[in-house]
Design a protein around this ligand. Structure first.
Ligand SMILES: [Zn+2]
Length: 98
């Protein structure tokens, strides 16, 4: 099954967070290899080419999380998580964060 990302939602959050629109790239799971016998995932923002990569259904909290990485490259993972939680609580839709 092809991964899905709600582009409309992505654009909405890009506007809210005042960041430039990013490119998106849906990666099929079969294109990802992993050396470890753990569950791997490929969801993330790449600063170098301004691209949002995803290999699964992406929820709203994940979109916000990755866009915060884009907006604040210097922030730590926990800073990004805290801000994601705050923003999600603000819009009254706590769907958990990545
Ligand atoms: Zn992160």
């Amino acid at each position: 099954m092809a991964p899905r990302l709600d582009l409309q939602l992505l654009r909405t959050w890009e506007e809210r967070l005042e960041v430039e629109p990013c490119k998106t790239f849906g990666v099929h799971r079969s294109q990802v290899t992993c050396d470890y016998k753990v569950q791997y995932r490929l969801v993330g923002y790449c600063h170098e080419n301004n691209t949002f990569y995803y290999d699964r259904m992406v929820n709203e909290a994940t979109i916000v999380h990755e866009l915060l990485h884009k907006k604040h490259p210097g922030w730590s993972e926990s800073e990004v998580r805290a801000e994601t939680k705050r923003l999600m609580a603000m819009i009254g839709d706590i769907t958990g964060s990545e």
